[in-house]
Design a protein around this ligand. Structure first.
Ligand SMILES: Cc1cc2nc3c(=O)[nH]c(=O)nc-3n(C[C@H](O)[C@H](O)[C@H](O)COP(=O)(O)OP(=O)(O)OC[C@H]3O[C@@H](n4cnc5c(N)ncnc54)[C@H](O)[C@@H]3O)c2cc1C
Length: 465
């Protein structure tokens, strides 16, 4: 790869150079041995927890971010930006300098413009605190510790997306410090802004703030339901019913891999979601679906509804493999899916086939309107696999082979795309899977702002020749 800095380059750095960086950051530099170092360095996906940086720059301003970037350039040190640390593939870990913007977590609401400006290190949880008083919302996720930066830069899916678009569709402007250390504010007139709308975190610079359009909240009906028998019949009816629902409905369905390998064993079906509407309207939507074994349905104010849906989660070991579907699965695809689920080798954690309902407003934009290219689909499907450190390596290998086999078996039913925010280290042609026909334009933007690939990781967009 062009301009690649060796992974162990930071080992050559003199203590004097580190002291110089600490001075530029008013002391907010963590080095190994500091009692806070390991906690700050730890990514959400524990698979990557052993990749420890040589230092962590805990920046509080765009200027400090620029200083940290320039220092990396001066000393040939690899870098990675860190906000919420939730990259599926550990892309915010590095053996060089981690530039952590987590302390930059303020938000500012502009009532006249109906926008909120979110600093580059704010997390979902900061938005949950700031937005309720405004009566407005955006498309957001459910995990309070996911960073707004990674979320918005890679698209951003959530239960509002069918009504409002993906998160990056609401972006109005962003401040970004590029490889030359310059801070730019970019908006709809700029190629770099286009690239920031779905082109993936960590590719073009370090974004230090995002200004996002907001929308009035309305009461919601939130629901969580489970079915433990007749899974094939239930799932087919459920997908048809949801597919016909208005875009005010946001839903996630999961089919759990049964714990014991048994071809006859039933696959638990789980549904979670929200409807902008009443419980009565939800009942009408779900009328064709057989009754579940457990059903929770509540009419709530918007933010009480989000508290019900919120899913905090501690760091874990996992891999997910995703693709998009243009419709519900046909009977062949369903048979294939249930067959693979029943053959799960088992881990201490779990595995599932998950579906996020897309479509609606997301599909109203052209595929090249933003870097987020996935505009022609109705579902995002993924095969999830979690495990524990204590699971034996052989069992883990069997599980990964199972996940890959399952993924290959389901690929013919998908678009060939993959969601860039569910970064999948096993993808070969990740550039086209994540970015489709937008990949070449993204490479041109990369060439314009970072030809030497200071911003580099396993699936970093390479510059156009
Ligand atoms: C438990 C969990 C729940 C999730 N829920 C959702 C969901 O509901 N919807 C959804 O769309 N996605 C979801 N995701 C995926 C999530 O959006 C992505 O993993 C996202 O990249 C995480 O962003 P982060 O800032 O937390 O992660 P980080 O690991 O800090 O960063 C992710 C990438 O962005 C880069 N980056 C970080 N900060 C910046 C910055 N300020 N400027 C430029 N680049 C930066 C990093 O270098 C890295 O490449 C979830 C992930 C997890 C683990």
């Amino acid at each position: 790869m062009l301009g690649r800095i060796p992974d162990d380059a930071a080992k050559r750095i003199s203590e004097r150079a580190w002291r110089e960086l600490a001075r530029r950051l008013s002391g907010r530099l963590l080095r190994p041995g500091d009692p806070r170092f390991v906690d700050v360095a730890r990514p959400h996906n524990l698979r990557y927890a052993k990749v420890l940086p040589a230092g962590i720059a805990r920046c509080r301003s765009s200027n400090e971010v620029a200083q940290a970037i320039l220092w990396c350039r001066e000393h040939d040190v690899p870098l990675a930006a860190r906000s919420g640390g939730h990259s599926y593939a550990g892309f915010s870990t590095t053996r060089g300098l981690m530039i952590d913007v987590g302390a930059m977590n303020a938000t500012r609401f502009n009532a006249a413009e109906e926008t909120i400006t979110i600093d580059g290190g704010a997390r979902n949880g900061d938005l949950y605190k700031a937005l309720p008083a405004t009566g407005m919302t955006i498309t957001h996720g459910r995990c309070p510790t996911v960073g707004a930066a990674g979320f918005l830069l890679g698209g951003g899916i959530g239960f509002n997306m069918r009504a409002l678009g993906v998160g990056c569709d609401q972006l109005v402007a962003t401040d970004i410090v590029t490889a030359d250390g310059n801070l730019q504010t970019v908006n709809a007139h700029d190629d770099l802004f286009w690239a920031c709308c779905g082109g993936g975190g960590g590719n073009f610079g370090i974004n230090t703030s995002f200004t996002v359009r907001t929308f009035p909240t309305a009461p919601v009906t939130v629901f969580r339901m489970a079915w433990n028998v007749n899974s094939e019949e239930v799932f087919a009816a459920l997908m048809r019913a949801l597919d016909a629902a208005p875009s005010g409905l946001g839903a996630r369905v999961s089919l759990g891999a049964p714990r014991q390998r048994d071809e006859k064993r039933d696959v638990p079906v789980r549904l979670l979601g929200q409807l902008k509407g009443s419980a009565r309207e939800l009942a009408d939507i779900l009328a064709p679906v057989p009754p579940g074994s457990s059903t929770e349905i509540f009419e709530k104010s918007y933010w009480d509804g989000q508290a019900f849906l919120e899913e905090p989660g501690p760091p874990e070991y996992f891999q997910e493999r995703s693709t998009f579907l243009t419709g519900t699965l046909d009977s062949n695809a369903l048979a294939t899916a249930f067959d693979w689920l029943r053959r799960w080798p088992g881990t201490s954690v779990g595995a599932d086939l998950r579906f996020f309902q897309t479509g609606g407003k997301i599909n109203e934009r052209a595929a090249d309107a933003t870097a987020y290219v996935h505009r022609n689909n109705r579902w995002l499907m993924l095969i999830g696999l979690g495990w524990e450190a204590c699971d034996p390596p052989d069992l883990l290998r069997q599980n990964r082979a199972w996940q890959d086999g399952f993924y290959q078996a389901m690929l013919p039913y998908g678009t060939g795309g993959a969601y860039q925010n569910f970064a999948d280290p096993s993808l070969n042609d990740w550039g086209h899977a994540y970015y489709g026909a937008n990949f070449e334009r993204l490479r041109r933007v990369k060439a314009a702002v970072d030809r030497k690939m200071l911003f580099q990781f396993a699936q970093a967009i390479p510059p156009a020749e």
